[in-house]
Design a protein around this ligand. Structure first.
Ligand SMILES: Cc1ncc(COP(=O)(O)O)c(C=O)c1O
Length: 494
């Protein structure tokens, strides 16, 4: 295939160069209606923001340039089919799960899934069968899904429709995807992948294998996070004949906007071309430089950076070294302190903070001078704080997630009441609660609230973290058992 071509982007440029009279939406009319943004960014960004005019194809029934761009995209990302998404991988996850399992059908997945998966479970009514991920006590994060634990759940639930894997986790840790795919397919289940953080991996053998390379059926991947397209542009990749193609397409249309952004679509087209020609070199030049900075950070007092070996020792199969994890507690600081210091004092924006660490996401756009700026700031911080013998208050994860009692959908639709944290132990959650980012729910609807969870939330609130839930801090929305005494019967209806 000719990857020099960018069918959608080229047609869009052609279209906007003409002297068009826009009697279609959007209402800014190619920038004729000016606003503060047109003054700063210029009219051009609005001129390129068109709906689905003549010749530019239609994302919901692609027959022209979008179809051609998607075919090139599928080829570059080693899939048979690609579907562009303008609502992020969140939307892709909804489509994957809703097209695979209906109410009460089972999907096996690690418990450290992103909130979009919990939303999909609520919408579809599917029953999650959780596998406990490996908990990394040193860093306080959840890592890969252990194969043995997965095999047990597959044996216990042979009727499950699919296994969902995170490839890789937010922190770059990869499970044994190849073996997982083989085992799951032997049991006639589908393999779905959340590859929000792994779209770039297909371009270098130094990185973990992608779901499509491993033979998985469906993947949702955030091109915007690591492959250079505009924020919110993602894709579903698919291959083989195990999944229901027609149902997948219908479900994508159900959740996708009927007015997809032309800027996002064009950015997917050009990002694919740029990655196809440059990603391998960029990534393979970056990795030795990252390794060098990791080695140097590990010599600084009070700081340490994770290596691939650290995760392999825990049983992970691979680690995406474009994720730089820096543990900071040796400086007497929390990850949250470090996050703010780096931003305020050094103009360095990291991806997220956890209690003990900060995560830097590197990509094809990362330069040596970015790495140098980070290292210089860390040297400065190590000199400032490294000599003090400060103890930092951290939270020790309890090593498991709360116990599930009913399906997320049932608890979500149950009658609810609001209770204070201290009165909530033993109640069934009716909402998701997460620390944001990373947006991995520590409680989901249907799980039983335990003391460890309450302690964890109290700790995070004291650290100034953002808690995402439907309730104000200090309260949970729980199932009102008094007005919902026979949940089993009601569960049958949903
Ligand atoms: C693991 C994981 N899955 C899915 C998503 C959703 O992706 P998007 O932001 O593209 O909607 C995210 C977002 O951070 C994520 O971290």
């Amino acid at each position: 295939m000719n990857h020099q071509l960018t069918p959608y982007f080229t047609k869009l440029v052609e279209y906007t160069k003409k002297d068009r009279v826009p009697f279609d939406v959007p209402g800014h009319k190619m920038g004729f209606f000016e606003n503060d943004m047109t003054k700063i960014l210029g009219k051009e960004v609005f001129r390129f923001d068109v709906n689905a005019p003549d010749g530019l194809d239609n994302l919901n029934v692609p027959k022209g340039v979008i179809k051609e761009s998607q075919a090139l995209f599928a080829d570059a990302f080693k899939a048979e089919h690609a579907f562009f998404l303008t609502g992020g991988t969140t939307l892709g996850i909804l489509a994957l799960i809703m097209s695979t399992a209906k109410a009460k059908e089972k999907i096996i997945m690690p418990r450290n899934v992103h909130k979009s998966i919990i939303s999909a479970l609520i919408m579809s009514g599917a029953m999650p069968i959780f596998v406990e991920p490996v908990i990394d006590e040193d860093l306080g994060i959840a890592n890969h899904m252990p194969l043995e634990a997965l095999k047990i759940q597959i044996a216990n639930h042979p009727d499950a429709k699919a296994v969902l894997i995170i490839n890789p986790t937010y922190f770059g840790v990869a499970s044994n995807i190849k073996e997982i795919v083989d085992i799951v397919h032997q049991h006639n289940m589908l393999v779905l992948a959340d590859e929000a953080h792994g779209s770039h991996m297909v371009f270098s053998d130094e990185l973990p294998m992608t779901a499509m390379q491993a033979g998985a059926d469906l993947s949702a991947t955030s091109i915007h996070k690591t492959s250079g397209s505009l924020t919110q542009s993602s894709a579903i990749l698919a291959q083989g004949s195990r999944f229901d193609y027609t149902r997948l397409v219908a479900t994508i249309h159900m959740v996708q906007s009927t007015s997809p952004s032309s800027l996002l679509l064009a950015s997917l087209d050009v990002a694919r071309k740029a990655m196809y020609f440059h990603a391998k070199d960029k990534i393979e030049n970056l990795i030795p430089n990252v390794r060098e900075v990791v080695t140097k950070i590990n010599k600084l007092k009070g700081l340490s950076a994770s290596t691939k070996e650290d995760f392999l020792k825990q049983g992970a199969t691979h680690f995406d070294e474009t994720k730089l994890i820096i543990k900071v507690t040796g400086l007497g600081l929390t990850g949250f302190d470090m996050y703010h210091l780096l931003s305020e004092k050094y103009e360095i924006q990291v991806e997220l903070a956890e209690t003990k660490l900060v995560l830097c996401v590197l990509s094809v756009g990362t330069t040596q001078s970015h790495l140098d700026r980070l290292y210089d700031a860390l040297v400065d911080l190590s000199n400032t704080y490294g000599h003090q013998d400060l103890k930092v208050e951290t939270f020790k994860p309890k090593g498991s997630f709360p116990e599930a009692y009913v399906r997320p959908r049932s608890a979500y639709h149950a009658p609810t009441r609001s209770v204070k944290y201290e009165e909530a132990v033993g109640e069934i959650a009716a909402e998701s609660v997460m620390i944001y980012p990373p947006g991995i729910p520590i409680l989901i609807p249907g799980e039983i609230i335990d003391q460890a969870l309450v302690d964890e939330l109290v700790f995070y609130i004291s650290q100034g973290s953002t808690i995402l839930s439907e309730s104000e801090d200090g309260y949970f929305k729980v199932v009102d058992k008094l007005t919902w005494p026979k949940w089993e019967e009601i569960d049958d209806e949903l």
